[in-house]
Write a protein that binds this ligand. Structure first.
Ligand code: FDP
Length: 290
């Protein structure tokens, strides 16, 4: 599938070409460094390396006005103003989502959102978003205004696997992050209901867990916690792109009250509760959390 805007297409092509290289470069970069990312989490060598690789490549694309990464405190100004210029975009990236899974050699991903506004921006201004899943094979799920597609990536090439990916109607799996004693009572009550209906699938990397939901139907959530009401995941780099993908695939996203895409952000690294999945499961969650 081609995306009609050449800048958007070049961003997608650059990220998908870089993905097999990133996967290969994980070898030997599993160690932690003596640094924390702007959200206060320990970085592994691969986080910094993948961020530099993507940042160098994306920031030089004509028409990319901003590069923002979960691994950098500040947004990188690349020369165009996405608020002012019709053909300038902001690219927000989580270079390695779930990188704590590197230690145990479990799945991880790369997430990106292409915003038509300067970031921080509402998810409603996303024009395309996607994720790479480093599983037994490397795949990319890409959502545009037209459709959601899945590709296999190898040697810098992408091969279409499925056009028009949609969430299955009958939900099968669920995965909720955070420790149960830290879940607010209303979320605990909701989770108890869901446990009776669906199968648990939780691998500790949002991309792996969300991909299970997209494949089998169900719900992924990282709720607001008693100790941290804002939750763990970041709106610009994780919540918005994933919300966009799942909504385009026929599901819903929510921070517990409203679509993630309609949340007005204050800060580039702001966190949010994230819930995505089949629409009726998200509707029920919002009723419970009211
Ligand atoms: P990680 O810290 O390994 O980068 O983005 C944060 C994230 O992973 C998500 O990918 C994942 O869903 C979540 O954190 C896992 O958090 P828990 O360890 O609290 O389950």
């Amino acid at each position: 599938m081609t995306v009609s805007d050449p800048v958007v297409e070049e961003v997608i092509a650059t990220i998908s070409r870089s993905a097999t290289e990133i996967r290969q470069g994980l070898i030997g970069r599993r160690g932690t460094v003596d640094e924390e990312n702007p959200s206060g989490e320990t970085q592994v060598e691969a986080d910094i390396w993948a961020d530099e690789l993507l940042g160098d490549r994306l920031a030089t694309i004509d028409g990319v006005g901003q590069y923002a990464s979960e691994e950098r405190a500040e947004v990188v100004d690349c020369g165009g103003d996405p608020d002012a210029e019709a053909d300038a975009y902001a690219v927000a990236v989580d270079p390695l989502d779930g990188s704590s899974n590197l230690k145990s050699n479990n799945s991880m991903g790369t997430i990106f959102g292409i915003y038509d506004d300067a970031v921080p921006a509402r998810g409603e201004s996303i024009v395309a978003a996607g994720y790479i899943l480093y599983g037994p094979i490397t795949t990319m799920v890409l959502a545009t205004e037209e459709t959601v597609s899945e590709y296999e990536l190898t040697g810098g090439e992408r091969t279409i696997v499925e056009r028009n990916v949609t969430l299955p109607d009958e939900p099968v799996v669920y995965g909720f992050g955070g420790r149960i004693p830290d879940w607010p009572d209303a979320f605990q009550a909701y989770a108890r209901e869901i446990e009776q209906e669906l199968k648990l699938r939780y691998g500790g990397a949002m991309i792996g867990d969300v991909n299970q939901v997209l494949t089998y139907g169900g719900i992924f959530g990282y709720p607001g916690l008693e100790s941290r009401p804002e939750g763990k995941l970041r709106l610009q780099f994780e919540g918005n792109p994933i919300g966009y993908i799942i909504e385009r695939a026929g599901g819903r996203s929510s921070n517990g009250r409203q679509s993630l895409l309609s949340v007005e952000p204050d800060d580039i690294h702001e966190r949010t509760p994230v819930h995505v999945g089949n629409a009726d499961l998200i509707d029920r969650l919002e009723d419970r959390l009211e």
